[in-house]
Write a protein that binds this ligand. Structure first.
Ligand SMILES: [Cu+2]
Length: 153
């Protein structure tokens, strides 16, 4: 028999790993781009894989690093790339990986609490239609991070 205190301690120790294993949504390669002082917004990118059997959807995100987080995509309008909100969230089809990247879909941190500094880490909590919320640690990379990825992978 486990005494209650022992049980709580083991759960706390195993917590993050267990939560990741149990959650059908896997997140990898998450990063944020550093921002210049005074910049009001910052971008967060990652690859979300839905390992479950049911379609899901990223509906929102929050972070202490900014007042709000929007889901955006880049769209061509009048020969210019512009950002547009994803009003229905980000679909995560069963068994598929969806990449958020600087030239495509992304999380936009709005009204940053302070500049994102390279080498820092911010916590971002992702909320899904089906899966349990995930809080991930997102490393802040260089201002132009992500541009070379296609050449290296
Ligand atoms: Cu944006």
């Amino acid at each position: 028999m486990l005494r209650p205190l022992t049980l709580v301690l083991s759960l706390a120790l195993a917590g993050p790993a267990l939560a990741q294993d149990a959650n059908p949504i896997a997140v990898r390669d998450a990063f944020a781009r550093a921002t210049l002082p005074g910049a009001p917004v910052g971008g967060v990118y990652m690859t979300l894989t839905n390992t479950g059997a049911a379609d899901d959807r990223l509906v929102s995100a929050t972070t202490d690093a900014a007042q709000a987080v929007s889901l955006h995509e880049m769209v061509m309008k009048d020969d210019t790339m512009r950002m547009a909100p994803l009003p229905d969230g980000l679909p995560l089809p069963a068994g598929e990986a969806v990449a958020l990247a600087p030239s495509g879909k992304h999380l936009m941190l709005e009204n940053l609490a302070k500049p994102l500094v390279q080498g820092a880490t911010i916590d971002v909590t992702l909320t899904f239609e089906q899966a349990a919320p995930l809080t991930i640690a997102v490393p802040v990379m260089a201002v132009n991070a992500g541009k070379m990825q296609h050449h290296h992978h």
